[in-house]
Design a protein around this ligand. Sequence first.
Ligand SMILES: Nc1ncnc2c1ncn2[C@@H]1O[C@H](COP(=O)(O)OP(=O)(O)OP(=O)(O)O)[C@@H](O)[C@H]1O
Length: 310
Amino acid sequence: MASIVEVEGLQKTYDGGFEALRGVSLGIEEGEILALLGPNGAGKTTLISALCGITTPTGGTARVGGHDIVSEYRKARAMIGLVPQEVALEPFEKVINTVRFSRGLFGKSRDEALIEKLLRQLSLWDKRNSRTRELSGGMKRRVLIAKALVHEPKVLFLDEPTAGVDVELRRDMWRVVEGLKAEGVTIILTTHYIEEAEAIADRVAVINRGEILLVEDKIDLMRRMGRKTLRIDLSTPIDAVPEGLAHYDLELSPEGDALSYHYDTRGQDGTGITRLLQALAAEGLTLRDVHTSQSSLEEIFVGLVKEDAA
Ligand SMILES: Nc1ncnc2c1ncn2[C@@H]1O[C@H](COP(=O)(O)OP(=O)(O)OP(=O)(O)O)[C@@H](O)[C@H]1O
């Protein structure tokens, strides 16, 4: 199946000569949530701006729904909804009017039923007659989403949808995004909150210095790159790791009541857990409990970007 967004060798060199995109290739599948992660200045907004026709690429090609973003700009743009990073709303306009207006911009006929459905879905129906300046920051962001969706796009770009939004609203926003996915909208979001990608993305793309470092299924990525830690709680605290366990590279907790063992599920010789547990028993240590934890997407991301800079 062809991807709904196909990007091939996309380049953007700004007027001053700065190369913000250096040959980006990426396929985005219909109905998925793709998180685009990257440090400040990596090129995320430039990539979205190019796909939405705000910035003209200086090389490569991209198609949205099969339409070339340059030669068939109008057709490509009609498939896209964009929620920009900056909240820019007409302060004295009523919520419902600003959303209606956005639909008109795409030359679509009025559809009050659709507007009501959208505003209800985004918990804005009660606020439809409020002026946008009377809304909280989180509500304003939801108005931006309503404006971006009102011409019924198939692909929605969200540039930092939850920047500066509190934890509760962030979770609300995640529910909104998941609801849109359930309706078949393809979603590409940029975020600095890696936990956001961990919570809602199907796939993760990492971009750094204008280049894509990887695009991978989130769960596969975490399985492939993530190290696991086994924490062993001891029945009786110890002062030091016994000699016989030295080669296991264990960390003893400051209280002496727990040992941590890092392992790799991809290891050639297995995880080493069975041997470790036998060695612990041989040293006469008894266990009170064991827990495992996996390194987060955040740790994986920081590691990747650091490696790229080296
Ligand atoms: N109009 C412009 N002219 C020249 N350089 C620009 C322009 N817009 C962006 N840049 C540069 O291109 C690079 C990529 O910027 P971009 O906004 O795409 O990054 P980003 O990944 O979205 O960053 P952030 O996470 O900070 O939003 C940056 O170094 C930026 O300074």
